[in-house]
Design a binder for this molecule. Structure first.
Ligand code: MF3
Ligand code: CO
Length: 259
């Protein structure tokens, strides 16, 4: 499928979807606490999505088995696609929460990693560098840049700081579908591939680890963990290419008027 440039009408729908995702993350800052279960967090996010007229993009996605929840919640060595459960969060955990919303036929997708109470220096450093890696990658999303400039921005930023970059999960185009072309590797040399044009929309999602970047999928058919059991973090924004600064559609600071 070809890479599409979204019209203003399509971008408006993605902005609405993104505003709901951003709002849910803003609320999670206070909801993520020692003692809460990942299923309770999933229910709270699902309620925010529905209250604002959205539908959770992940619910029923893919499979078999189809994804069973509104969010993916991945704790500690879990990297992505953790299924919400009766597991309780404890002080010292880190938790990555991935949220997709569909509204008026368009999607937005954003993951964020949270510290539960006080966390180790190792965990705090991983969260900080993974968030910085995301913003570094977003800074190159400009008209005229090449697709693999994003890949290189991610790899070079994280590896220069001593972290590992996951290879077998990638960033992607997004819009009418949750996953559309182009596929965007989170590693590789710059200056290759598609030339970015205004209206292209991407979900940029670096997944960064303290140890080796090999992964393993659990027998539930979804949860992905690091093979070495060390910590993983995941930050993702949905972004639109413009003629100037990239527009972050899943910003957590968007005013509620867009909702
Ligand atoms: N942000 C993830 C992705 O783009 C979330 C997908 S969860 C799924 O792959 F359930 F939809 F697969
Ligand atoms: Co995504």
């Amino acid at each position: 499928m070809a890479v599409t440039c979204k019209s203003q009408r399509e971008l408006a729908a993605m902005r609405r979807a993104g505003a709901i995702v951003g709002l849910a993350h803003r609320m999670l800052r206070t909801w993520v606490k020692p003692g809460i279960t990942t299923r309770e967090l999933d229910t709270l996010v699902h309620q925010v999505i529905t209250k604002h007229g959205g539908y959770p993009s992940f619910l029923g996605y893919g499979g078999p088995p189809p994804y069973p929840a509104a969010t993916c919640i991945s704790v500690n060595e879990e990297l992505v696609h953790g299924i919400p459960s009766k597991r309780r969060l404890h002080a010292g955990d880190i938790v990555s929460i991935d949220i997709g919303v569909q509204i008026d036929g368009y999607h937005a997708d954003s993951a964020w990693s949270y510290a539960v109470g006080e966390v180790s220096e190792e965990a705090a450093g991983l969260l900080r560098v993974t968030e910085e890696t995301l913003y570094h990658a977003l800074s190159v999303v400009r008209t005229g840049a090449r697709l693999s400039d994003i890949s290189w921005a991610i790899q070079s930023y994280a590896e220069a700081r001593g972290y590992g970059v996951i290879r077998n999960y990638i960033s992607h185009g997004i819009g009418r579908s949750l996953h559309e072309d182009p596929q965007i590797l989170n590693y590789g040399p710059p200056g290759r591939g598609l030339v970015l044009q205004p209206g292209m929309t991407f979900a940029i999602e670096p997944m960064i680890v303290c140890g080796d970047p090999s992964t393993r999928e659990l027998r539930d058919g979804w949860t992905v963990v690091t093979a070495d059991g060390r910590l993983a973090a995941h930050y993702e924004h949905t972004v639109a290419v413009t003629t100037g600064e990239p527009e972050i559609l899943t910003s957590q600071e968007t005013s509620d008027e867009v909702l």
